[in-house]
Structure formats: structure tokens, C-alpha cells
Ligand binder design. Structure first.
Ligand code: PA5
Length: 424
């Protein structure tokens, strides 16, 4: 399902030297004895997820089928990125099932918000607001605006088209939802935002977007079983985690997460949040950044090839993204492209990947880690996400960091609230 190739990673240390540390960290993650242990609910979630709530999510999709053409998803950070990453990877950017998914609540951009308001005027809408705390300002601002929009458009029926995903018992959003009569879904106490895509946070928008969430959960379960071993020689998620630590020790301070499809750029955004918010603390951590090749080879390629040598690359290469195309022959060959006639574009992409790997690794001397995934199915998405969860938890524990909090994020909020005059 997933394979890891470290042959171009230029590691100066043998992975096996980390076995003892990995075994301890694995035990800490699974026995809830490590840092931030109140938030390791994600570890066994593929086994223990709430089946009753899962059935309710499927029921919403069934009940609402044919009644909407637009899903508005209102959330930010962990209450946003996972669903968007899944939707773009699995459905592509222009799916033909007549359902459009629009993300709001992730910005104060008034210009974006007013464009969305204008765009959805004549659409049939369901709205899912998602916030664990129930008080995130970007989300609350957008939600009030789109709630008013829904009430004007649907009157009394608006409450049957609005779903709230939040804490099970407390918080502003939970109170509001109960008062307004919205159906609510739960973000479990012991699962933080960026680890929550397998909960209703991801599952409800995905179900509304016609994604096969049963296959997705099966992928996560198979990954849970495959990565539930502390044996470093067998656990590729932990091998990736250790490789990151070795490269960090070798002086590499940034990691490019590279994809080869525009439908995967949101996976990169999700990955950046997962690793950035989990690891970037106590003045430690590897800067997570990203690039989409070959597109960005025409912008960042020069720097990556010959610029300052501080970064390594982790390439997510998906073997089959669907929709392959045969390159056509042309009688006149005015563009001199006939040398590719009859070839598949997937082969062209693969050659671009192999050529770039060699250019960056052999010529540029950049460490390259390659993660290969079979396809872009819901099952593979679920499997891959759990792979990165396990790798992230492990790499943070190896760095002696609590992966599950984000104290630094509060600083901008405090400064902003002072300027906005928010009451204490
Ligand atoms: O990973 C996290 O915990 C954060 O990114 C949160 O998901 C984000 O800040 C949104 O928070 P909330 O769901 O409380 O609105």
C-alpha cells in the first residue's frame, strides 16, 4: 500500500541504532504514558471509533441526497485541512457528480467571503460548521455570516440544513447548536484538531461530498494494524520518523513535501500543519514546506538544485491517480512533440519524477525520501493519513516534544483580540 525508499536519503547513521528509543516512544504512544497523553485518542481510533455516530453520518447523506448541490464547510486548521485534502485527492478538482464543496471559516478575507456569498446565491446548500473549541474567531465570523445567509434563504428550514461538529457537551458552538436545533456531531476530547480527520470533523463533509468513508476507515484500520509494531525494521512510518531525526541531526533544517499532482497540494498543506504545529516548539523542529512538481520546478527548482543546502525532500508519489491520457500523434508535428506520441502521460510524469530525483539527489546532493502510495482511493487516503499520524507522533517523541499542543498559536490571538477590543 505504502512503500518507503530511503536509498537516496543520505543518512549517515544506521536506523537500527534508534530501535531502543523507538520502542520506548511506541509504548508511550500506545500506553498513554508520554507527553500530551490526554490527546492520543487517535492512536486506537480506527478500532474504537464511534460506530453509532458513523451510522448517523451516513444517514445524513442519505436523508439529504438530492436536496443540495453545494456543501459549505466552515472551519480552520485541523477543523478544515483534512477534509479538504481528502476531497481534492479523492474527488479531484473538477468532479462531475454535481456536488461542489466550498471551504469557509478559514480566513478573514472579506473579498473571498463576499465572493462565496455571491457564488452560492442560487445554490442548494448544506452547511457544516466545525470547531472543537467553538470559539475560533475566523470560524465564528464566517459562521455568523453564512448562518444569516441560510436563514434568509431557507427560513425555518435552515436548521435542518446546518450541522455542527464540536465538543460533545460544552462550548459556545455546542450551546448555540442546541438552542437552534442543529444536529450535532462530536470531536472527541482526546483527539486534537490536526489528528481528527477520521472523526466527524472529516467524515461528515466527506460523506456529503460522496466520498466512500467506509473504505477510508478500513484504510485507517489496516494502517493501524500494520504500524502497531515497535520493530523498526518492519514499521515504515517509524523509519520515516527516524530518518527525519537523523537528517535533523545532520543539519537539515527544512523539509520539502513534494507531490506530482495539483490535486495533492492540499495533502501537502495538511502535512505541513501536522508536522509544523506538532513539532515546532522549544526552538526545535524541522521547517515543513512544500512544492508541487513539476509545476514548482519552474519557480523553486533552481533554489532546490543549487541554492543553500539546508533542506531535504520527502516525495509523495501516487502510482495511479486515475484519468490517464494517451499522448496523440500529430501529422505535421509542428510542435516537435511526436517523440512522445503513443506514450501515456502517467509514464511522462514518472520519467519526470525519476529525472528530478536523480538531478536533486545525485547532482544536487540533496537527501531525498520517497514515499509511494498505490492510488488516490478513499482507502489509500485513510491508510496514508494514519501512516503520517504514526510518523509524526514518533518523530516528536524522539525529539522529546509534546506533539499534541500548540501554545505558540495563542500569541497572535491575544494580540489580535486586544486590537479588536474582545471582552475578557
Ligand atoms: O490542530 C489544532 O488543534 C488546530 O489547528 C485547530 O484545529 C484549529 O486551531 C481550529 O480549532 P477549533 O476546532 O477549536 O476551531
Amino acid at each position: 500500500m505504502i512503500s518507503l525508499d530511503l536509498s537516496n536519503a543520505k543518512l549517515k547513521e544506521d536506523l537500527s541504532l534508534w530501535q531502543e528509543k523507538v520502542s520506548k516512544a511506541h509504548k508511550d504512544l500506545h500506553d498513554k504514558t508520554g507527553k500530551g497523553n490526554d490527546f492520543v485518542g487517535w492512536v486506537k481510533w480506527p478500532l474504537e471509533y464511534d460506530k453509532e455516530e458513523f451510522a448517523r453520518i451516513l444517514d445524513v447523506r442519505k436523508r439529504m441526497a438530492g436536496k443540495y448541490d453545494t456543501v459549505l464547510v466552515c472551519g480552520i486548521g485541523g477543523s478544515y485541512l483534512g477534509a479538504r485534502a481528502a476531497i481534492e485527492m479523492i474527488r479531484g478538482l473538477y468532479p462531475d457528480d454535481g456536488i461542489e464543496v466550498i471551504f469557509v471559516g478559514n480566513t478573514f478575507s472579506y473579498s473571498y467571503i463576499s465572493q462565496v456569498l455571491n457564488h452560492i446565491k442560487n445554490k442548494e446548500i448544506v452547511l457544516n460548521v466545525i470547531s472543537k473549541s467553538g470559539t475560533t474567531t475566523e470560524t465564528s465570523v464566517s459562521f455568523r455570516i453564512f448562518k444569516h445567509f441560510m436563514e434568509e434563504k431557507y427560513g425555518e428550514d435552515a436548521k435542518n440544513r446546518i450541522y455542527a461538529t464540536t465538543d460533545k457537551a460544552r462550548g459556545t458552538l455546542k450551546e448555540l447548536a442546541d438552542k437552534e436545533g442543529y444536529e450535532t456531531f462530536v470531536i472527541p476530547d482526546d483527539i486534537g484538531g490536526r489528528y481528527s480527520v477520521f472523526t466527524a470533523v472529516g467524515l461528515l463533509p466527506l460523506a456529503l461530498a460522496n466520498v466512500d468513508i467506509e473504505a477510508l476507515m478500513k484504510g485507517s484500520l489496516d494502517a493501524y494494524n500494520d504500524f502497531n509494531t515497535d520493530d523498526l525494521s518492519k514499521n515504515t512510518a517509524y523509519q520515516y520518523a527516524v530518518a527525519r531525526r537523523i537528517l535533523d541531526n545532520q543539519g537539515y533544517t527544512a523539509e520539502y513535501f513534494v507531490t506530482y499532482h495539483l490535486q495533492l497540494t492540499m495533502i501537502a498543506e495538511w502535512w505541513k500543519q501536522l508536522f509544523g504545529e506538532s513539532e515546532g516548539k522549544e526552538e526545535k523542529g524541522i521547517l515543513p514546506t512544500s512544492a508541487c512538481f513539476t509545476t514548482d520546478l519552474h519557480s523553486l527548482g533552481q533554489f532546490i538544485q543549487e541554492g543553500r543546502k539546508t533542506e531535504f525532500e520527502t516525495i509523495l508519489y501516487v502510482d495511479d491517480m486515475g484519468g490517464d491520457i494517451d499522448f496523440p500523434a500529430d501529422d505535421q508535428d509542428l510542435d516537435h512533440m511526436n517523440y512522445l506520441a503513443g506514450k501515456k502521460l502517467s509514464w511522462v510524469s514518472e520519467m519526470a519524477f525519476e529525472g528530478t530525483l536523480s538531478a536533486h539527489s545525485d547532482v544536487g546532493n540533496n537527501p531525498n525520501i520517497v514515499i509511494r502510495l498505490k492510488d488516490n482511493s478513499a482507502y489509500s487516503f485513510g491508510y496514508m493519513i494514519y501512516f503520517f499520524f504514526a510518523a509524526c507522533g514518533m518523530t516528536c517523541y524522539l525529539l522529546d516534544i509534546n506533539p499534541f499542543n500548540q501554545p505558540g498559536v495563542e500569541v497572535y490571538k491575544k494580540k489580535m483580540f486586544n486590537l479588536l477590543g474582545k471582552p475578557e
